[in-house]
Design a protein around this ligand. Sequence first.
Ligand code: IMP
Length: 193
Amino acid sequence: MEIIFATNNAHKLSEVQAVLGEGFRLVTPRDCGVTEEIPETQATLEGNALQKARYLYERTGRDCFADDTGLEVEALGGAPGVHSARYATDGHDFAANNRLLLKNLAGQQNRRARFRTVIALILNGEEHLFEGIVEGRIIDTERGAEGFGYDPLFQPEGSGSTFAEMDAAAKNAVSHRGRAVRKLAAYLHGIDK
Ligand code: IMP
């Protein structure tokens, strides 16, 4: 079965393809002639994931899914949340985002945070949402060189390492995205029987 995943990021694509397995062939928007940037202008992760999936479905009429992720920090009222990519600047400047996060948490004892991923699937015209959450805390100084984004500052519950100190397999086993994608995979395999 072929399904469109709303990403042109080859790394994300192969990661998700590995979890879904051989029964599902992922294709990109570009493969389907959607070359423009897909809008994500909503105020929530759910809103953005649905907006991207609906955009693809309206243009292609094909089964598709989209994801959106945010880092939600308790002491900051859930920020940066849906604005995680553009927290400090207009672009995806990970170093500036991490600096701003540490500045906004300076002197703060409550370091609780979580990553949350929402996946919106449109299958046979019907919408489904899947959520993956990993709880953890924001440490005081960056550690590790793996991963991307806020990984050097995020230590998942029950681990002494940050995400940036884990290899991809160890991170996937507990991560927000890994959990959401495994829920999607379980659902797709269930209906594929
Ligand atoms: P996206 O929805 O996957 O594009 O994620 C939005 C933003 O959240 C990214 O630009 C990163 O700043 C942050 N982010 C998402 N997933 C991760 C992760 O696994 N580790 C660290 N940061 C992440």
